[in-house]
Design a protein around this ligand. Structure first.
Ligand code: 3H9
Length: 710
């Protein structure tokens, strides 16, 4: 064996050279890896006994791409980045055929590496893709040039612009992969290498037969641009990726690569890419809880139960069933249970219709959901999620009953979105087993899961829920037990400001459009209509006695509710809704709000879109800072991940706290102070925001200093 480095090894087996990359956990192309591969290729070229070569990844995967941690060094000028393009040319020009053997994933630079080989073989479970756009960049080592040459222009542009990986079977059909290997990958790859040794080796960069004609390609690129503008609104990278693939169809390979390089560099140095890379690491960081070590024992969750078959309960039952966990679904009366099941059946039927699930998958999942009117069977489940009506008295009663029927060690979770977990836990004899699992609606679709830690919740229960979330396809963020937890507590001032803006003279559409153009999936007022304005109205009525007299409160939404305008479900709220629930501006609302504002003595004025954005987004940031200083959110990035996955915040802005850091906390703080002067105590600046702004620091600095950021 020739050891090139710790990261790359070269061995020989009867005329076949085997290059193994060993850079755990995902064989990223970190410094040392490209150099090691380059040296191995050099030796293979020189060794006459070698007839062909196999390149394979050690451990759980082929190569997951460039080392994303290195990008920060490149953009800050601390590193120039590895020259992958010349390395890939050297592989392609190797005098012996190189077979790339893929298991796990060949992503980004990993797929670019694989495409520079002369052949690719893969295990059926492997995936290949160019996910760079999800990091705000585009493939930067020939991916946009080689992929359309293998897979054709339509699929090449789709994969580069949308970033979704495909499975080995599809890669085989498209011509990205040459053979699937059942059984041992290395043995299969070596056998394949023997078959092709001595035969002419195709160079991907010279394969132009799938590049199409300008007439064929024009509609493909037009459609890709249209899709990118709709599905990845506001993002630059998808459009750059399309331009780079277009260059592949119009320019010779070398010039195409130069065009790709230029676009890649533009994207890499953009704020969008920095934000999305922050999100990539953030999504992994939120899983790490400083006082809960990795070795914390996990409670196996092999069977679950849900109490309440309403919209949330039914959705949560589907989440468990979709992960293959059998689940009991309890309701108190047959009619409610039937309604809940009918909704679940309808949701599965829709998923089958849309091609998300096969009929067989949907049937199997549905069988895992067992409806019940009693607590029979609850004694054997490992976890219960309560999803009954949002009333403390009712929840306490349910938990008292669960305490009586569930086995010791079972996790008792509440899906409450606002109520005190400790008070709920007090209804049981085992508060250490009680936790909040706040799913977002629709539970079977939304990725976010806020996990609420009560003061007695055990570390095992927290660790289990964090890990279970991954199995359920959710991204879990651990939050503290305060009213509204993190997401909804911040959402309150955000929506409050949107209403104030309308009461001060902005139109409903102007406020919503300003936030939509900022990148939010939906404007704040339209979001209220979607969720149901009556939900907040009922809560406000319950807590009215806690409001401080003399402090301004929004008035229009309560009055809309008094008029029966609850939003989409009643056909009217801030907007009118016709066919297909399309929002139509309602002049009646505009007139009513003017009247109410006049009665309340609120002066009317012109409001620019910029002020709408600042009022709403800085309200989020100020409350987020307060949650950090009070310790209910662990890190600024936790808040970002919550907002990106649960509230339609645009990924390319990195989340509210990251965005505030990029604006500069001094500037944010100054605006908050100005709003405080203009609008009163609701805008009192968070003391953490003040402190950081005065010291010229960021939220990210704060977390580093607290030692809670990896
Ligand atoms: C690129 O290739 C640009 C090119 O065009 C070339 C330009 C010149 N780098 O996700 P996991 C870490 S851009 C550094 O939990 P899984 C990750 O942070 C790249 N680190 O595992 C985590 O660390 P920790 C394009 C990376 O099994 C650990 O590995 N490629 C990288 O659930 C485990 O990760 C991509 O965008 C990386 N490239 O999923 C693929 N990847 O344990 C990105 C992972 O400290 N990666 N880490 O928290 C993935 O999608 C998933 O990691 C993968 C495995 C599917 C591979």
């Amino acid at each position: 064996m020739t050891v090139m480095s710790d990261l790359v090894q070269l061995t020989r087996a009867n005329g076949i050279a085997i290059v193994t990359i060993n850079n755990p956990p995902v064989n990223a192309l970190s410094p040392g890896v490209p150099e090691g591969i380059s040296e191995a290729i050099e030796q293979i070229n020189q060794d006459d006994s070698v007839k062909a070569a196999v390149l394979i990844g050690g451990g759980r995967t082929f190569v997951a791409g460039a080392d994303i941690k290195e990008f920060g060094k490149i953009t800050s000028g601390k590193s120039r980045g590895a020259g992958f393009l010349p390395l890939l040319l050297r592989i392609e020009d190797c005098r012996k055929p190189v077979v790339m053997a893929i298991h796990g994933a060949a992503l980004g630079g990993g797929l670019e590496l694989a495409m520079a080989g002369h052949y690719r073989v893969a295990v059926p479970s492997a995936q290949v893709g160019q996910p760079e756009v999800k990091l705000g960049i585009i493939p930067g080592a020939g991916g946009t040039q080689r992929l359309p040459r293998l897979a054709g222009v339509a699929k090449g542009v789709e994969m580069c612009a949308e970033g979704n990986p495909i499975k080995a079977q599809e890669a085989l059909r498209l011509g990205i992969v040459d053979r699937l290997i059942e059984g041992d990958l290395l043995a299969g790859a070596v056998a394949f290498a023997r078959e092709i040794a001595g035969k002419p080796a195709p160079k991907t960069r010279q394969r132009n037969d799938k590049l199409g004609t300008p007439e064929q390609n024009a509609p493909i690129f037009a459609a890709a641009r249209e899709t990118a503008r709709k599905k990845q609104r506001g993002m630059k990278a998808p459009l750059a990726a399309i331009e780079a693939v277009e260059a592949a169809t119009k320019l010779p390979f070398e010039e195409g690569c130069q065009a790709e390089q230029r676009l890649f560099t533009d994207c890499l140095f953009s704020d969008q890419s920095k934000a999305l890379i922050h999100v990539f690491f953030g999504e992994r960081e939120v899983a790490k809880i400083p006082d809960i070590p990795k070795e914390t024992p996990i409670i196996p969750v092999n069977a679950a139960a849900i109490v309440g078959a309403g919209t949330m309960g039914g959705g949560i039952a589907m989440v468990f069933a979709n992960a293959g966990i059998p689940v009991l679904l309890r309701e108190v009366d047959q009619a409610a249970l039937d309604r809940g099941l009918a909704t679940i059946q309808k949701n599965y039927a829709n998923s089958v219709k849309r091609g998300r699930f096969t009929q067989q998958f949907a049937d199997e999942r549905l069988k895992l959901i067992q409806p019940t009117l009693s607590y029979d069977g609850f004694a054997s489940v490992d976890m219960v999620v309560e999803a009954v009506f949002e009333s403390m008295a009712l929840k306490k009663e349910v938990f008292r009953e669960l305490d009586g029927v569930c086995k010791p060690g079972a996790i008792l979770a509440s899906n409450t979105s606002t109520l005190d977990i400790d008070e709920i836990a007090s209804a049981t004899s085992r508060p250490q087993a009680v936790i909040g699992t706040h799913f977002f609606s629709p539970a079977n679709v939304m990725r976010l899961l806020e996990i609420v830690r009560g003061k007695a919740t055990s570390k095992e229960v927290i660790a289990t829920c964090m890990q279970l979330a991954k199995k359920l396809g959710k991204i879990a963020v651990l939050v503290g037990n305060c009213r509204g937890f993190v997401g909804n507590r911040m959402f309150h001032p955000y929506r409050r400001e949107a209403q104030f803006l309308v009461e001060e003279g902005a139109s409903v559409e102007a406020v919503d459009n300003a936030l939509y153009d900022y990148g939010m999936a939906m404007g704040p007022l339209a979001t209220g209509d979607l969720a149901g304005l009556d939900v907040g109205w009922r809560i406000r009525k319950e807590y009215r006695h806690l409001e401080k007299p003399g402090v301004r409160q929004p008035l229009a939404e309560d009055r809309l509710c008094e008029l029966g305008r609850y939003g989409q479900k009643t056909g009217a709220g801030w907007y009118k809704y016709g066919e297909n629930r399309r929002a139509v501006p309602d002049p009646e609302v505009a007139e009513l709000v003017r009247q109410w504002a006049e009665e309340a003595g609120i002066p009317q004025r012109q409001i620019a879109a910029e002020e709408s954005v600042e009022r709403c987004i800085y309200a989020l940031v100020n409350e987020g800072a307060r949650l950090l200083e009070e310790g209910y959110a662990l890190r600024a990035v936790d808040i970002d991940i919550i907002y990106l996955n649960g509230y339609g915040f645009p990924g390319y802005r990195g989340g509210p706290m990251w965005y505030a850091d990029t604006v500069g906390l001094k500037k944010v703080y100054d605006r908050v102070c100005e709003f405080h002067r203009q609008h009163g105590e609701l805008w009192e600046p968070s003391s953490l925001l003040k402190q950081l702004a005065e010291k010229g620091k960021t939220f990210a600095d704060f977390n580093r200093e607290q030692g809670v950021t990896a």
